[in-house]
Every structure is written in structure tokens, then in C-alpha cells.
Design a protein around this ligand. Structure first.
Ligand code: NAD
Length: 358
């Protein structure tokens, strides 16, 4: 498939930039999906893609996803993403990230980069030497630090909204939540749930994390595969993507799915399968936007309270998505897309026209 064809097929991208530097060994692709709402923000992933086509399709899909996430979160950001083709274990260097930073700088703010899979705060520091269009730098440079507490708080707000819509209240004292993954997001989420009075059943591949959840939150610990069969009201994926699939859906005993993991549905059609089974799915990109909100606040001068206040808006965003789903008789995954598209259309129209400024 040609590049223009792929740009069209993957969601109508505005711009794709191919970056190469033989001294640093850089091969990178930056995709800018849509800048209607603002600069395209999205992380820079490093991955040993087998083919250039695979890298291109990945960056096109991921950048489109960022447009939807930012729009649904009510942020003035568009969607973008970058991929560096290479082995993160052997090919990282100061030169690689600095030259990547120079390419980012050349876009003059149309694209803002950040950490992603296989890139770290340390790598962002090198990028920061060449451009200010990078977020997620160290707190010493005005960075926002670990976004996970804000993400977990946002997931909790989305879960409150989903519980209210599904059970008629967000009183967690009588509710049991199954938490898959006790990492940065999952463990912070458990804390909120415990404070709200929920009973927890949890799992992680790391036994130490399970033991900590048992001691700190009084959680029942089950094996990683047993979490799908757990007796619960809410299932919360916070580890991996694609956990909602043909094999797991028939096993779920919950009435709500809501968690921080990205790309929870193995395929789009699984949103419809959950809907038909009466399970309310709180769309992942709506409820896990706290991390993005966090870096957005970093761009304005970081204040954690402001990030948390904005993440509280995830309650209303989730409610809006559920309302669209109910009004139109469509599943919530589709409704979330319509919700994001509606904001892009409306604000795009608001921004039309010349109002002075030359
Ligand atoms: P993390 O690496 O800190 O935690 C993931 C946890 O999942 C680890 O404890 C790991 O041991 C566990 N795990 C891995 N495989 C598992 C399995 N098969 N069963 C059970 N547990 C398993 O990552 P995180 O930062 O907490 O992020 C969790 C998810 O949320 C990821 O999908 C991430 O992309 C997404 N997310 C995170 C943020 C954020 O701010 N950190 C923002 C948006 C989305």
C-alpha cells in the first residue's frame, strides 16, 4: 500500500514525516492525524518493527487514537504519534534522541512528543536539549512526573459514572471490583476503591504486588487467569490490551467493564458483544485520559491539583458517552467515537473565520 493510500485508509491524516539520520542511526516516522483542536500530541515509541509498512500502519493507528482521546477529554490538542524503528535494548543513544528532537523542533509545534512504549524520561531529556515541544520531562525541568495517580483518579471517576448509569448509584460499599494488574495505575485505583468502600478481588503476574494488595486493601488474590471468572460487579483491566475477547467475554460475571489499560477490546465488534450482553463498557480512551490531561497541564505550567480537577471531568465525559449510547441505541465504544467527533466538528466550526491578528 502506498503512503497516501495508507493515510486515507487509517483515518485521513494531515501529514506524515519520515526522518532519517545515518550518523545517529535514526529511522523514525511522525504522524499528525488531526490538528483541528490544537497541536498534535502523542508519545514516541521505539520498536524493532520488521518492516517499514508495519511501522507506518502502527503510527497511523496510534496517532488517530490520540485525536479521539484528546477530543473526548475536552483538551485543545490534536492527535499525533511517532515511532522510532529500532531495538530499544541496543540502539538508544544521545545522538538518536537529539536528532529526533531536531526533527520535532522543525515542525514548529505542530507535533509535541512524549514518553511511550520503550522510551523514558531519560530519553525525553535528550529530546528536550533540541526542542521545547516535548512533555514528560523530569520534574526538575518543570515536568509533571509520574502520570499514573492522575490516570487512576480519572479511571475511578469514569467508574463512578458507569456505576451510576448501570446500578443507579456510585456507592461502592456494596460493590465488588475485579482489578487485573496492580502496577502504577492498578494499585492507585485500588486505593480509591478501598477508600470508597469497595471489596476487591485482584491479580497480577507479580506475587509481591498481589501480597501488597492483600495487606493494604484486604483484597482477595486470584490467579491471573481466574480473574475473568471472579464474582464481581465491575471488571477493571489495568494490565494489558485485548483482554476483552471471544474467549473472556462469556466468562465475565460483571455488569461494568472499566479500567486504565489501552485498547481493551480485541476487536471493535467486542464493544457490540458486551452491549448485547448488557455489560456497560466504559470506553478505555475516555476513562484513561488522565495521563494525557497530566501532560497537557505540564504544557501550561504543571500544578497537580489542576490536573486532578481536570481529570474529575472524566465523570461527565463518561456520562455523556453513555447518554449518546442510550439515545442512539449504539454501543458505548461507538458512542465514544461520536462524542469525540462531535467535539472536533463543533470546535472546528467555532474556530472558522478570520478575526484579525495579522
Ligand atoms: P505498569 O507496568 O506499572 O503495570 C502493569 C501491571 O500489570 C504490572 O504490575 C504487571 O505485572 C501486570 N501484568 C502484566 N501482565 C499481566 C497479566 N497477564 N495479568 C495480570 N497482571 C499482569 O503499567 P501502568 O502504568 O499501571 O499501566 C497499565 C495500563 O494502563 C497499560 O495498558 C497502560 O498502557 C495503560 N495506561 C497507563 C497510563 C499511565 O498513566 N500510567 C495512562 C493511560 C493508559
Amino acid at each position: 500500500m502506498g503512503v497516501f493510500e495508507a493515510m486515507k485508509a487509517e483515518g485521513g491524516h494531515e501529514q506524515v514525516i519520515f526522518c532519517e539520520d545515518s550518523v545517529a542511526g535514526l529511522k523514525a516516522i511522525i504522524a499528525i492525524h488531526d490538528t483541528t483542536l490544537g497541536p498534535a500530541l502523542g508519545g514516541c515509541r521505539m520498536w524493532p518493527y520488521e518492516t517499514e509498512e508495519e511501522a507506518l500502519i502502527d503510527v497511523l493507528r496510534l496517532s488517530r487514537g490520540m485525536t479521539y482521546k484528546a477530543a473526548a477529554a475536552g483538551l485543545n490538542l490534536g492527535g499525533g504519534k511517532a515511532v522510532i524503528i529500532g531495538d530499544p535494548k541496543t540502539q538508544k543513544s544521545e545522538a538518536l534522541f537529539r536528532v529526533f528532537g531536531r526533527f520535532v523542533e522543525s515542525l514548529n509545534g505542530r507535533y509535541i512528543t512524549a514518553e511511550d512504549v520503550n522510551t523514558s524520561v531519560h530519553d525525553m531529556e535528550y529530546i528536550f536539549m533540541e526542542t521545547k515541544y516535548v512533555t514528560g520531562v523530569a520534574p526538575a525541568h518543570g515536568g509533571s512526573g509520574d502520570p499514573s495517580p492522575v490516570t487512576a483518579y480519572g479511571v475511578f471517576q469514569g467508574m463512578r459514572a458507569a456505576a451510576t448509569a448501570q446500578f443507579g448509584n456510585d456507592d461502592f460499599s456494596g460493590k465488588r471490583v475485579a482489578v487485573q494488574g496492580l502496577g502504577n495505575v492498578g494499585s492507585n485505583l485500588c486505593r480509591h476503591l478501598k477508600e470508597a468502600g469497595a471489596s476487591l478481588v485482584v491479580t497480577d503476574i507479580d506475587p509481591e504486588r498481589c501480597a501488597r494488595a492483600r495487606d493494604e486493601f484486604g483484597a482477595e488474590v486470584v490467579d491471573t487467569d481466574e480473574i475473568y471468572d471472579a464474582d464481581c460487579d465491575i471488571f477493571s483491566p489495568n494490565a494489558l490490551g485485548a483482554v476483552i475477547n471471544d474467549e473472556t467475554i462469556p466468562r465475565l460475571r460483571c455488569k461494568v467493564v472499566c479500567g486504565g489499560a489501552n485498547n481493551q477490546l480485541a476487536e471493535d465488534r467486542h464493544g457490540q458483544v458486551l452491549h448485547e450482553r448488557g455489560v456497560l463498557y466504559a470506553p478505555d480512551f475516555v476513562v484513561n485520559a488522565g495521563g494525557l490531561i497530566n501532560v497537557y497541564v505540564e504544557m501550561e505550567g504543571y500544578v497537580r491539583e489542576r490536573a486532578l480537577r481536570m481529570a474529575a471531568g472524566i465523570y461527565a465525559n463518561t456520562m455523556n458517552v453513555i447518554e449518546i449510547s442510550r439515545e442512539r441505541g449504539i454501543n458505548t465504544a461507538e458512542a465514544a467515537d461520536r462524542f469525540a467527533e462531535r467535539r472536533i466538528e463543533t470546535i472546528g466550526a467555532v474556530k472558522k473565520g478570520f478575526f484579525g491578528g495579522i
